[in-house]
Ligand binder design. Sequence first.
Ligand code: SF4
Ligand code: SF4
Ligand code: SF4
Length: 276
Amino acid sequence: MKWAPEAESAIKKVPFFVRKRVRARVEKEAADRGKPMVALTDVKATQRRYLNNMESEVRGYQLDTCFGPNGCPRRAVNSNTLLPRIQALLEKEDLLGFLKKTVPGTLRFHHEFRISIADCPNACSQPQIKDIGILGACVPRVTEEACSRCEACVDACRETAVALTEDDDSGPVIDREQCINCGRCIPVCPTETLATGQQGYRIQLGGKLGRHPRLAMELPGIFSEDDISCVIRDCITLYKQRSRRGERFADLLTAEDVETYARHGRFPGADNPSPL
Ligand code: SF4
Ligand code: SF4
Ligand code: SF4
């Protein structure tokens, strides 16, 4: 739906963590009224209702994605199944029911559990500041195909992670410490010397903004969609064990917890190791 410029400006002033939801609500309510374009009055009307009725709008979790599924050419992973899968898992975990039981007083958006998916390391949906951040990853693989030494891969890599050696007969060398697995060097290679290796997701835990901001801590490795479901379930179990008054997961998770999970596949005190 089209938006009038002043309506666009007004929606940009809505706090970012609920902007997507308010925007979708504004469009729906304007469409229900048969409007072809969102006007400033539509934004104000929806905003008023939203803020006056905040508790009934809280759904227990926030699940965001980047614009990758809308056709972004930078996607490192082209899966459209992860989002509905995580959504179903979050519904099953009944985080809203949990918050209603544990939070004293009014439920607010800041109590919600936050997960964000970005389909490549550009991280447009800010996974680094969410309780669980998920980033698409595509590991480049050097094949047996002869390299023409065109240097297209070197030019494409913004991390200076791929180089050609002095030896004319050798292929590209990838510095795995520098490489962030964005996959950009793969489609530019005309000889298929570089090909898609492992594809999946990186996982980051415990990021937040607010009074004491912290970037999320990374679990080493590349994870499948099945792995991600296990990690999310384990995180929610830990969150429900530790949260007493609606604290954010990020406030309850320590660096030691993440280290233990990375080593043993379970958080301290958890009964069973996850099948990771
Ligand atoms: S995170 Fe990557 S795939 Fe997603 S919108 Fe940004 S650039 Fe595109
Ligand atoms: S995957 Fe990305 S970071 Fe890694 S070598 Fe290729 S272009 Fe560079
Ligand atoms: S690996 Fe491919 S893109 Fe890179 S120099 Fe060789 S032929 Fe060119």
